[in-house]
Design a protein around this ligand. Structure first.
Ligand SMILES: [Fe+2]
Length: 310
């Protein structure tokens, strides 16, 4: 059972740019013994549908530290949707974002599609997807708290993922210049234009909002894409500098950026961390299939109030 989340006064959150007291303590604790490789984030488990307490605890501990954990299970290429769904429930995730291209279960099957509407969208091709957090185009009251991925089958070649804890990106930006955080917390710094479908009707209204925001729990949310098409940024020098700095961080070789290839039965549990995907090539027997689960909740047990009590 997760306990009720403590409500934070945003100003007391370490993520508030004017908080000069709590922030350095939180930062130092965050960086102490931080994972150094993908292997540090990985937990070997039996079956995500029947996660043992010790397996759950090992995953949770990594998520508390780094907002993410990886698992390697023994389910292989079993496509049972209950695998990711059960795991999500075990982490207190209940409100799935049934986005319009989702399966009936609410999961999304990310595979290459050659027909239908999905073929028009990059996630359903074999193309690379650059750095982003999920759901950045969602309405501001429907942002994605947790993102889990489960690999049913990996491609024949390619398809690696790169991952970065958004709280680390925040630290690197704030250490460079706290005004970068202020610029990226501005309410309209990033606008996603409306999506108009082929018939000319409005499929999704324009969404303007911040990159970084502080949740009622005091935790940090990040809404971001590095792509240049279909995103509009506030055009002022400070915002441009902040975005340049963030791009350099993501395209650089900071030790907190993790890169690797997940295989069948493996998966990611996360508080919607920054991630990308490399291009890939399928063959007859290796057709990449990821289940993606997006939740409005964050992982239970990883709130500010949980981690600061450690
Ligand atoms: Fe994504």
């Amino acid at each position: 059972m997760s306990r009720p989340q403590q409500q934070y006064d945003p100003a007391s959150s370490p993520f508030h740019p004017d908080n000069r007291d709590h922030y350095p303590r939180w930062r130092d604790q965050k960086l102490r013994d931080y994972p150094e490789s993908l292997g540090d984030l990985l937990v070997e488990i039996n079956d995500p549908r029947t996660l043992r307490d010790c397996e759950h605890e090992a995953l949770l501990q990594r998520c508390r530290k780094a907002n993410m954990a990886l698992y390697a299970s023994n389910t292989g290429d079993d496509p049972d949707p209950a695998i990711p769904l059960s795991l999500g429930q075990r982490f207190g995730l209940h409100t799935l974002n049934h986005n319009w291209l989702a399966d009936e279960t609410g999961l999304t099957s990310l595979t290459v599609r050659d027909t239908g509407v999905r073929q028009n969208y990059i996630p359903y091709t074999n193309r690379a997807i650059n750095w982003h957090t999920d759901g950045y185009y969602n309405a501001l009251d429907r942002q994605i708290g947790a993102l889990n991925l489960h690999v049913v089958q990996q491609a024949a070649r390619g398809g690696e993922n790169t991952l970065m804890d958004h709280e680390i990106a925040y630290i690197l930006l704030r250490e460079q210049n706290p005004d970068y955080i202020r610029a990226l917390m501005a309410p309209g710094v990033m606008t996603i234009p409306a999506r108009i479908d082929e018939g000319g009707t409005l499929a999704r209204p324009e969404v303007a909002g911040p990159v970084f925001s502080i949740l009622p729990s005091g935790d940090l949310h990040m809404r971001y894409t590095i792509r240049v098409n279909n995103v509009m940024w506030t055009d002022d020098p400070l915002s441009r500098e902040a975005l340049d700095c963030l791009q350099k961080i993501l395209n650089g070789d900071a030790p907190w950026i993790f890169h690797g290839r997940l295989e069948s039965g493996m998966g990611l549990v996360s508080n919607n961390v920054l991630h990308d995907r490399a291009a890939f090539t399928d063959d007859e027997t290796h057709k990449r299939h990821y289940y993606r689960a997006r939740y409005f909740d964050r992982l239970a047990g990883t709130a500010m109030s949980d981690t600061s009590a450690q």
